[in-house]
Design a binder for this molecule. Structure first.
Ligand code: GNR
Ligand code: NI
Length: 182
């Protein structure tokens, strides 16, 4: 297992449509293990492969987030996850993203969902989720389609956040006036 680097905007890879895995082989299992290690280290409650620059439809989720309590760690690893049902009812959560560090905003999504996926044994499973798990699964599946949580915000809020990640905005410029003109 190894700890991997999490990419941030404006890295264009965060906007890619990720490719399905053909089968859950040893390399996919190793990827899932690296993702779990990286997620627990961050710490976060979910991670999509593209966040560590791997363009595959693989996500891991553990809303319990008990890194140091191995007994209660209960991660789910999902290959080729697909939302097969969402509730009419919607709910709002304050979301964050390991690829958009330090920003948290309310996002409204379907309150419950059902997700089909291949498990670590390559077996098709479905999971029905509510609460934070439903939100997290939808957030992760968005990543596989190049969508970030900020895309669910108003254009004003989204642009304001993404601007903080643009190269020029990040530079420590010695002349604030010149920087403001950029
Ligand atoms: O750690 C995370 N927390 C979180 C909180 C509310 C809604 C979604 C999330 S997912 C996020 C980790 C992450 O960026 N996954 O892609
Ligand atoms: Ni995220």
């Amino acid at each position: 297992m190894s700890l991997r680097t999490i990419i941030t905007p404006p890295d264009p890879r965060l906007r890619r449509i990720c490719a399905p895995v053909e089968r859950v082989d040893a390399s996919v299992l190793a990827l899932m293990d690296d993702m779990l290690e990286t997620m627990y280290d961050a710490p976060g409650i979910g991670l999509a492969a593209i966040q560590i620059a791997v363009e595959k439809r693989v996500i891991v989720v553990d809303v319990a987030k008990r890194k140091d309590d191995a007994a209660s760690a209960d991660p789910i690893c999902l290959a080729n996850p697909e939302i097969v049902w969402t509730s009419e009812e919607r709910s709002t959560y304050e979301e964050g993203c390991l690829s958009v560090p330090d920003f948290y905003e309310d996002v409204e999504r379907p309150a419950r969902c059902r997700v089909g996926y291949l498990d670590r044994n390559g077996k098709y499973q479905e999971i029905e989720a509510d609460d934070i798990l439903a939100t997290c699964l939808q957030h992760e599946i968005d990543h596989l389609n190049g969508i970030l949580f900020v895309d669910h915000l108003s254009r004003l809020k989204r642009d304001r956040i993404l601007k903080k990640f643009s190269k020029t905005a990040k530079l420590e410029h010695p002349f604030p006036k010149a920087r403001a003109a950029l």
